[in-house]
Write a protein that binds this ligand. Structure first.
Ligand code: NDP
Length: 287
């Protein structure tokens, strides 16, 4: 039997609606409009599309949004000065520096991201938020893995006691995903490029998350019958052709539930960013 398809648009719509409702409550109760500032440095065309989508999404949900465009040649100090201004702004509750940064400042990425006030760090990349997530405190959580968790919950996939296997250990997806599932009482295994006998490990997964960045990396023989397979991968193999990390056509015949690419996890990320902006605003009001 073919797997249940977890359509990203259904879940993204629910998350966006929730963000919009909470933004409205903040406005009605406190007269505050949550605000997001996105800084983009340079002319990366993909980044420009992402930033435009974020801005549009804010407009639709009644969230104030500013886009700060800096030239390709901007220095680290100029970028930091911009972050400092936004850290001090009452209008802005969430700050995001669009990655990747141009070559001349890419080496300072960690320092630049750490300059963002952790209370406004809506990407959830600041070490303070990472530490809070790991220690089970209230945190701003990276959008993609948080979206995956909320999707699993909304879809009614059992997590407590499940064997969860994550392929990939990046700071953006793999590691936060592992901590989120651990906090929900899954038994978590993280795999990476040095993992031995990967197939034996993934075969044991009730929930398998692929965040590798290699098209069709997860094949049907790596998946346990009935497992839930979350495909985070976005691999552009031609100008208009995206593939996930999972061999969707074959894996869907084995899995119990699966996310497609495109049309899966990719749609959750901006929706979760909207939630993070509202969460950041709520946390700043509550302090
Ligand atoms: P990274 O390149 O940072 O991490 C990839 C991970 O995969 C690494 O941990 C690497 O291991 C592991 N890996 C690579 N090859 C193998 C292998 N042969 N066996 C086992 N593990 C392997 O990628 P990201 O986490 O940033 O992104 C992963 C994918 O998710 C990409 O396709 C990206 O485009 C997509 N993505 C999608 C988002 C969305 O909105 N849907 C958001 C963010 C990312 P090691 O650490 O040992 O090198």
């Amino acid at each position: 039997m073919s797997a249940r398809i977890l359509e990203g648009k259904t879940f993204a719509a629910a998350f966006r609606e929730e963000a919009g409702k909470r933004a409205k409550i903040l406005h009605q109760k406190y007269g505050v409009t949550p605000g997001l500032a996105v800084i983009i440095v340079g002319e990366n065309p993909a980044s420009k599309v992402y930033v435009r989508n974020k801005h549009k999404s804010c407009e639709e949900l009644g969230i104030y949004s500013e886009v700060i465009e800096m030239p390709e040649t901007a220095t680290k100090d100029e970028l930091i000065a911009e972050i400092d201004k936004l850290n001090a702004s009452d209008r802005i509750h969430g700050i995001l520096v669009q990655l990747p940064l141009p070559k001349q400042i890419a080496a300072y990425e960690a320092e630049i991201l750490e300059r963002i006030d952790p209370k406004k760090d809506v990407d959830g990349f600041h070490p303070v938020n990472v530490g809070r997530l790991v220690t089970g405190q209230k945190a701003l959580i990276p959008c993609t893995p948080h979206g995956c968790l909320k999707m699993l919950q909304l879809a009614g996939i059992p997590i407590d006691g499940a064997n969860a296997v994550i392929i990939g250990r990046s700071n953006i997806v793999g590691k936060p995903m592992a901590h989120l599932l651990l906090a929900e009482n899954a038994t978590v295994t993280i795999c990476h490029s040095h993992t031995k006998n990967l197939k034996e490990v993934t075969k044991n997964a009730d929930i398998l998350v692929a965040a590798v960045g290699r098209p069709k990396f997860v094949t049907a023989d790596m998946v346990k019958a009935g497992a839930t397979v979350i495909d985070v991968g976005i691999n552009r193999i031609a100008p208009k052709k995206l593939l996930g990390d999972v061999d969707f056509e074959n894996v869907k015949e084995v899995a119990g539930a699966i996310t497609p690419v495109p049309g899966g996890v990719g749609l959750l990320t901006v929706a979760m960013l909207m939630q993070n902006v509202v969460t950041a605003c709520e946390m700043q009001i509550a302090k």
